[in-house]
Design a protein around this ligand. Structure first.
Ligand SMILES: [Zn+2]
Length: 288
């Protein structure tokens, strides 16, 4: 009897483990889906990697950011095929973080990969842990950005125009804003995080003061009303303004603490723990 009880317990326990792990997997990687913003413009949600975008021009498709796995890229391509039979012509990397570029290698080689020139340089930058970049491997060369720009670039997909804008060093050194004037919608990569601290990649040359300037310039330059980003729901202009003001407040607070001679550890204590990396970045920018 005791043996039977033990067996039932083991079976029940294994069932719980299996079902909970498949549940977690499902939760971790939802399938890729396209979220319609207009007849031509979609957000790419789900899969592994950041949210991206997809635009259907009159003679081809432009994709924004690449996901991270073959499965997610294949799903992206399948979802696009459900909407249009036009070929994917361009893939724009908004910046050089892995969750936006790792999947470049799973796109067909015929797709032209586009990025800001400094973003391309960052592909070769050593990783945060100091290890050399895998992009030095010649096998990955076909999946590096092959088309770069410095300030502005327009891409025509037949009669439809997609605008690429660079507003300066910020979250990284080479962040692109992809703007769709008819939709008044900008895809801004990771230049805004909602509900968590902004990432500033100091190790790649990113700068929080530059970030504030870049976003301010973006609002001054573009008549965008909707801003799509890698890890948050689309936001409006006032939310971008609010983000800029919050960043300025954090910078001002850190500046005054530095002026009082506080150490990094003391300054960090004045903020939530989730802000530690941002605080550290700003602290060293001010100290410089
Ligand atoms: Zn990201």
């Amino acid at each position: 009897m005791r043996q039977k009880g033990k067996l039932i317990f083991i079976l029940l326990f294994s069932f719980l483990i299996i079902s909970s792990s498949s549940f977690t997997q499902q939760r971790q990687t939802p399938p890729v889906k396209l979220d319609k913003l207009s007849d031509r413009l979609f957000q790419i949600l789900g899969g592994r990697g950041a949210n991206g975008g997809m635009y259907v021009g009159t003679d081809g498709v432009l994709v924004i950011d690449a996901k991270m796995t073959k499965e997610s890229v294949d799903q992206t391509i399948q979802e696009i095929k459900k909407i249009t039979d036009k070929p994917i012509k361009y893939l724009v990397d908004t910046h050089s973080d892995g969750d936006h570029i790792y999947g470049n290698r799973f796109f067909p080689e015929a797709v032209t990969i586009v990025a800001h020139e400094k973003c391309r340089e960052e592909f070769f930058h050593p990783r945060r842990d100091g290890e050399p970049s895998e992009w030095n491997n010649p096998e990955l060369a076909p999946f590096l950005p092959s088309l770069t720009y410095s300030d502005r670039m327009d891409i025509y997909l037949g009669s439809k125009k997609v605008e690429l804008w660079y507003f300066g060093v910020g979250h990284t050194k080479g962040d692109t804003v992809v703007y769709f004037p008819e939709e008044k919608t900008a895809f801004i990569g990771d230049q805004i995080f909602m509900g968590r601290a902004q990432l500033i990649h100091s190790y790649k040359g990113g700068n929080s003061f530059g970030h504030v300037k870049a976003l301010t310039k973006m609002l001054e330059t573009l008549d965008a009303e909707r801003f799509c980003s890698g890890h948050s729901d689309p936001i409006d202009r006032s939310t971008v303004k609010h983000h800029i003001e919050e960043m300025k407040k954090i910078q001002a607070k850190i500046k005054s603490l530095v002026e009082q001679g506080k150490s990094l550890e003391d300054v960090k204590k004045e903020f939530e723990e989730s802000h530690a990396r941002l605080v550290e970045a700003i602290f060293y920018e001010i100290k410089k």
